[in-house]
Every structure is written in C-alpha cells, then in structure tokens.
Design a protein around this ligand. Structure first.
Ligand code: SER
Length: 315
C-alpha cells in the first residue's frame, strides 16, 4: 500500500483507519472520501474528496487522478439500517462495492472491503464458527456481505485483482460512533456508563456475539494487506475476533471500574432477532495461520481503555 483511496472514510472504521494509514504511509498518500465532509481529523488532516460510491465514474476519476494503488472500500449501511431500508441497502452496498471493484480492476489496485459476522445465518454452526461453513444469512445486510465476499473472490480469480477481506465482529471504539448496527449496544453501554452510570440494552442477556476493540481491527487490516499473497489460501473473507460476550459480561467488567453501574433491558425485537441469527463465537484460526492475525485487547483490557478514553473525551 502506497497510494491509498478510502471510501466511507468518515464512518466508524474509516475515521480512525484514515488517520492511522496517514501515520504509516504518509499524509499525502492517503485520500479520504465520503458523501459529506465534517471537521473530523480524517476529513481535515490530508487529501479529501466528496465521492458518492453509487457514482462509479466519479470514483474511478478521483482514484485515477490520485494515482491510487490501493482501494479500501468502507462505505456501506450496517445491519439494522439495512433491515429498515432493504432496497436502498442493496443499491448502496452492492452498487458501491461493484463500483469500487471496477475501480480497482481498471487501475490495477490492491483491494480491501470488510465482511462481517452478519455473513452467517441461523443454519450456521453457532459456536466456534468455522472459516468455511454454511452461509445462509437471514438479513439484507448479510445477503450483501455474502454476495460481496463472492464478488471479491470472483474479481481475484477472474481478473487478478488482489482482493482481501475480514469478517469483522462488533467493533468497539471511543472515536466515531457506529450507526445502525446490531452490535452498537456494546459501544453505547460504555458512553452511558460514564455519562449516567446505567444503560438499558436493546439486546437481551445471554445473547453472545463476537466483539473487537478498534485498534485490533485497524492492525488486522494493515497486517492482512501487507501479508504475502502467496501464503493466503482464503481471501474474502477471514474470520477475526477478540472476544465473545453478552451484555452481562460487559456490565460485570464495567462494574470493576464503576461499582454502581446498572444494566436493564428493553429488548428491540428486530435487532434481537438479527443478533440471534449470528454466531456466538468465531474460529479465527485461518487468519492466525495464513497471515498471523493477533488481537491485543480482551474484554478487561478494552474496558479499562474505553472508560479511561471516554472519561477524557466526555470530560
Ligand atoms: N457491527 C455490524 C452490525 O451490527 C456487524 O457487522 O451491523
């Protein structure tokens, strides 16, 4: 990666990834793009362009002008928003991905796009979910992710585009909030713990999902993109995870720092049923074996850092 073009650069992952890649590869070598500009560090600290990912021509032209050799395609709707607007989700998630893959093919770029635990469904083995297994998701988001994995592998085999991807679990961060995801509760719970000492969860107790702290997710993207392609048996996409938790696990960990923290429930049937259709825990051994995936943060270490960073951020 030398000349990196990022879509959805002001989203939950993009806003931190952009800043990190600028530190590693040089500010001028990382172009952030999104449908709007804001005053975040990602938007202000280096090259930026407005690009709507459904506009393929604009994407190719902007990437060509920038002399991109890497496309990191992040722009997409998350699971709950996609479920509320399935047709729009198909058009944005699939249309955007096709345009990004075509840009990579036309310019000969390396390519990354994230998949998700959402690429699995009710008939997938729930515990220690294997790398290669049944993928029959029950959500529009999941259908987009499975189709996206297949398309990205297709571009590799058919056109030789160096496509790579990760099946991310819920990502937890104190920088940019997620929007419209099923795993968002695991971010909100920390904000509310600091602000109000209590949280009402829309995901029920006993509902286990994989999670990962953002620094581990960003390091995984860089490690995968820098990995020797000859050693990759899989490409789109690798299971990665750092922990499997339910709301009670997170609350218990928060109570070690905020003893009076209260957790109550008001379950949202839509997001609860999405969560129940996803794995409890992923097997990340293919990522470990093929390119050395490693997560530094477990629940305890992440909680300590989240609460400290959020205290600073929220005053
Ligand atoms: N965090 C995402 C979501 O909940 C999972 O990929 O939609």
């Amino acid at each position: 990666m030398k000349r990196i073009f990022i879509t959805g650069a002001l989203g939950q992952i993009g806003s931190e990834l952009t800043v990190m890649l600028r530190k590693i590869y040089g500010t001028d070598n990382v172009m952030a793009t999104d449908i709007r500009r804001n005053d975040s560090e990602a938007a202000q600290s280096g090259p930026f362009a407005i690009v709507d990912v459904t506009d393929g021509r604009k994407m190719v032209e902007t990437a060509k002008q920038f002399k991109a050799d890497t496309i990191i395609h992040m722009a997409a709707l998350l699971s709950a928003t996609a479920e509320a607007n399935p047709v729009f989700a198909w058009n944005l998630n699939m249309g955007g991905l096709m345009n990004a893959l075509e840009t990579a093919r036309e310019l000969g770029c390396q390519f990354f796009t994230p998949s998700s635990i959402g690429a699995f469904g009710p008939s997938t083995p729930k515990d220690n979910t294997p790398q290669d297994t049944v993928q029959r998701p029950a959500t529009m988001y999941g259908i987009n992710k499975v189709a996206g994995e297949l398309l990205a592998d297709y571009y590799f085999h058919r056109f030789g585009v160096d496509t790579r991807g990760l099946r991310f679990p819920g990502l937890i961060s104190y920088v940019a909030p997620p929007g419209g995801g099923t795993t968002d509760y695991a971010v909100e719970i920390y904000y509310e713990a600091i602000k109000n000492g209590k949280y009402t969860s829309y995901i029920n107790k006993g509902t286990y999902m994989d999670m990962m702290y953002m620094p581990d997710a960003l390091n995984a993207i860089v490690a995968l993109m820098e990995a020797d392609g000859a050693k990759l048996k899989h490409r789109n996409s690798f299971n990665v995870t750092a922990m499997s938790v339910d709301p009670e696990d997170i609350a218990a960990e928060i109570r070690k720092h905020i003893p009076g923290f209260e957790l109550t429930y008001d379950v949202d049937p839509v997001r609860q049923s999405i969560a129940e259709s996803w794995p409890n825990s992923l097997d990340a051994s293919a990522a470990i074996e093929e390119w050395g995936f490693k997560a530094e943060y477990d629940l305890a270490k992440m909680t300590e850092d989240m609460l400290q960073k959020l205290r600073e951020k929220l005053g």
